[in-house]
Design a protein around this ligand. Sequence first.
Ligand code: GDP
Length: 496
Amino acid sequence: IRNICILAHVDHGKTTLADALIASNGIISKRMAGKLRYMDSRDDEQLRGITMKSSAISLHYLLETKEYLVNLIDSPGHVDFGSEVCTAVRLCDGAIVVVDVVEGVCPQTHAVLRQAWLEKLSPILVLNKIDRLITELKFTPDEAHLHLQQVLEQVNAVTGSLYSAEVTNTSVTPCIRTQVVYDWSSGLADTDDSKLYFSPSHGNVVFASAVDGWGFKIQHFSRIFSKKLGIREKILTRTLWGDYYVNTKTKKIMKGAQVRAKGKKTLFVQFILENLWAIYDAVFIKSQWLPLADAVLSSVCQYLPSPSEINGDRVEGLMCAATKSFSALHQESRALKQDFLSCDPTSSTTIVLVSKMVAVEAKLMPQNKPRYLLSEELPKNEQNEKNEQFIAFARVFSGTLKVGQTLFVLGPKYDPTSILDLNVKSNPHVSQTSVTSIYLWMGRELESLEEAPAGCIVGIGGLEDVVLNSATLCSSMACPPFNALTVDVAPIIRVA
Ligand code: GDP
């Protein structure tokens, strides 16, 4: 399982990219991808052409022989919908950050990178709208290469500023986070920060044209050219991006100013951009040859963590705003940290985070099976007339959530250190509820499930009387509640 969100500044191409990923599962046709805006299910979103509410969809992806379930959340990019980004980020382990290569880093790019950093998500980067470099800016491959390098530098500069802000604010020595490339989820490396950055040779950068449905990582080309040139794939992967040149006769790869002075073209320009430029108007060929969904989903599955890779730092960050750390809690509560870390569906403790309540409209299908459609949020008193109900947007962190299960609902101010007070009725921050239904989010529709194991993002019915927006559901009262969501809006000055 991979739980990921798509983050970007408004109009940089999140919803178009989501369409391409959804089309790869046959949910919409490839021809309609980019036009349908499938994740923008509300009428006002379609009308305005922007995403206003986060929505989710579960996709299947086969990488070599391994099957993956990718739960994808599309979130709004407009500054006014920051709380929606918050709810999306909270449920995920990884993020696809989309940047329009013509616009470069914009205020909301900065804000979403910061949000992902604070929530310790691991990101991959999609440099989108590459086609605009050809069709609008009329760049040559050389100019495009230079421009792409600059955009990448801009993005990495934001990462660098987040990193140094954290290092200077941390009084204790930060722990090492070097095991996984660009892993933002654990503590910081005080000596080697190189792994925190985006680099095409690390495999965490996809070059894309979401609207035309094509995209690639340089690894795709190193495979092709290693056979053609007789140079090892590993070496080509390391040298396709950057100041590297090849002597095709001797098969020697060279670096630096001397070669550049001779007017040679870098490997990236020579082997990738010049090939692309040669067929720039053959969109169909490119989308067949370099399917965007493959480039993005293979990176997601290879490089972003699965829910079971969640680490102690992230768990503490999610739960312990009030108590600072699990170690300050009762023994019974402390033991629950292990449930988070093992993400075990067989665990006897079920722990679920509800990040928001979503209004859905029930419509009857021909076979009298209810079919739920996402609808505009209405005040609760209008629900019944419209046959609407609220479904919780939630993630199962431990155990298996089952229909009919009774769980405690813990408010953000619940204090597990008052566990001696087991009388639910006398504690204003706790109530009990029974799960009436569980759903898989499928964009505009919901699909019924009987149960959902740890790691899944699901919809839960039957909570509307006990949950207003976010809450913690747990089979044990020893669990500390998830921290309340806070909207982290970077300072943006609006100029009239
Ligand atoms: P969002 O606000 O981030 O969800 O952005 P959208 O997916 O709605 O895209 C904004 C606009 O950019 C739409 O008009 C898209 O058709 C267009 N767009 C998206 N991706 C590309 C791309 O790769 N190339 C070009 N030229 N336009 C794109």
